[in-house]
Write a protein that binds this ligand. Structure first.
Ligand SMILES: *[C@@H]1O[C@H](CO)[C@@H](O)[C@H](O)[C@H]1NC(C)=O
Ligand SMILES: *[C@@H]1O[C@H](CO)[C@@H](O)[C@H](O)[C@H]1NC(C)=O
Length: 324
C-alpha cells in the first residue's frame, strides 16, 4: 500500500490537528484520544456556541518535522458553528501556539463544515503570511443545487440558516455579496471566488446529498444493489449534474484538484482514509491523490467513471460525523 503511505506520512509527520467543536462528540473508547481545549476567553469576544457555552477544539501537537506542518480540520457534527467569531478566536490561539511558523498548512472540512472551509480558505491563507504552502480540502461538503427546485429546497434551507443564524454573510467574498446569498453558497457559485487552491473530495452519489435532495430510501437500494430502472435513471442524472455542471472544470487542477468516487458514502477523511478501507479509483488511493496534489507532485483531477452508485466497502471507523 505504497500509495497510502504518502498521506500517512503526511499525517504522521505533520499531525497537528485542530477541530472546532461545540458539543461533546462520541469518542471511540479504543480510539486515539486527542485532548480537548476549551477557549474560555472567547466568551468575552462573543464567540460562543448557540447554547452560550464556550467553543472548544481538539489539539495534538506535531512531532519532529511535523511541528511545522499543520492540519486544521473543521468538523461538523452539528450546525453550532458560529462562523466568524469562533474561527477568529481559535485561530488567534493557534497562531500563538506555532501555526504562524507553519511550513505547510491545510484547512480541511467535512460535510457542513465544507462550507466554512471554502469560505475561510482565503482568510486562512491570509493569516499565514510566512507559510509557503497553504491549501484547503473539502470533504463531502460540496452540495449541488439540483435543477429541480423541490429537491434543492433542503439545501437552500440549510444555507439560508447558515447565513442568517451564524451571521456569516459578512465573511462572504466581497466580489460576490451582491448576488443572491443562499444560492451563492452552492458549489457552482462560490469556489470561483476563492483564490487559494482547493481540493474537492466526495462521492458523485454523496449519500447525504441523495437522501436530502432526492430520496431517503435510495441508500438501502444502493447498498443491496436493488435499484430499479427509474432509480438508476435518477442516479445517472445526479452523476451528470455533479460531474458536468457542479464541479469546477478541470482546466486548472493545480488550483482545483478533485477525487470523486462513486460510493454510497458521506464524509471520508476521518473514516475511510485508512489502509484497511481506503478508497481507490483505478488503483489510485484518495490519500495518495491528495498528498500528490498538496505537494505539487501531480495535480490530480479524478472522477470515477462509474455513473451508477456503488455500495460502500470495508468497515467505517466509528469516528466523528457521518451526518451533518
Ligand atoms: C422503483 O422502486 C421505487 C421504490 O420501491 C418505487 O417507488 C417505484 O415505483 C419503482 N419504479 C418502477 C418503475 O418500478
Ligand atoms: C490495480 O492493481 C492490480 C494489482 O497490482 C492490478 O492487477 C490491476 O491491473 C491494476 N488495475 C488498474 C486499473 O491499474
Amino acid at each position: 500500500m505504497v500509495m497510502a503511505t504518502q498521506l500517512f506520512s503526511l499525517l504522521e509527520w505533520c499531525l497537528t490537528i485542530m477541530t472546532t467543536k461545540c458539543e461533546k462528540i462520541c469518542q471511540d473508547p479504543d480510539g486515539y484520544y486527542v485532548r480537548k481545549i476549551i477557549v474560555d476567553n472567547a466568551v468575552q469576544k462573543g464567540a460562543v456556541c448557540l447554547d452560550g457555552s464556550p467553543p472548544a477544539y481538539h489539539f495534538e501537537p506535531g512531532l519532529g518535522e511535523g511541528v511545522e506542518n499543520w492540519i486544521v480540520h473543521l468538523s461538523a457534527t452539528n450546525l453550532h458553528f458560529r462562523g466568524a467569531r469562533i474561527f477568529e478566536a481559535i485561530m488567534e490561539e493557534l497562531l500563538v501556539k506555532g501555526l504562524k511558523n507553519a511550513k505547510n498548512a491545510i484547512l480541511a472540512g467535512s460535510s457542513a463544515a465544507g462550507y466554512p472551509t471554502t469560505l475561510y480558505c482565503d482568510h486562512f491563507r491570509g493569516l499565514l503570511t510566512n507559510t509557503p504552502r497553504v491549501k484547503c480540502l473539502i470533504d463531502s461538503g460540496y452540495f449541488i443545487h439540483e435543477n429541480n427546485p423541490q429537491q434543492a429546497r433542503g439545501f437552500e434551507h440549510i444555507y439560508h440558516a447558515l447565513i442568517t443564524l451564524h451571521g456569516s454573510a459578512k465573511a462572504l467574498p466581497k466580489s460576490c455579496t451582491s448576488k443572491m446569498k443562499p444560492l451563492l453558497l452552492f458549489p457552482k457559485n462560490m469556489p470561483q471566488y476563492i483564490k487559494t487552491p482547493l481540493f474537492i473530495y466526495m462521492s458523485s452519489f454523496d449519500s447525504f446529498q441523495i437522501q436530502t435532495t432526492i430520496d431517503p430510501n435510495l441508500y438501502g437500494f444502493i447498498e443491496t444493489r436493488t435499484c430499479n430502472a427509474s432509480q438508476k435513471k435518477t442516479l445517472k442524472g445526479t452523476y451528470i449534474i455533479i460531474t458536468n455542471y457542479a464541479l469546477p472544470k478541470s482546466n486548472n487542477p493545480k488550483l482545483r484538484g478533485s477525487f470523486i468516487d462513486s460510493l454510497n458514502q458521506h464524509t471520508s477523511i476521518q473514516k475511510r482514509w485508512f489502509p484497511e478501507n481506503v478508497v481507490t479509483i483505478d488503483n489510485l488511493s484518495a490519500p495518495k491523490a491528495f498528498a500528490d496534489w498538496y505537494f505539487d507532485r501531480k495535480h490530480w483531477y479524478i472522477i470515477d467513471k462509474h455513473d451508477m452508485a456503488l455500495p460502500k466497502y470495508g468497515t467505517e471507523c466509528p469516528l466523528i460525523g457521518g451526518s451533518l
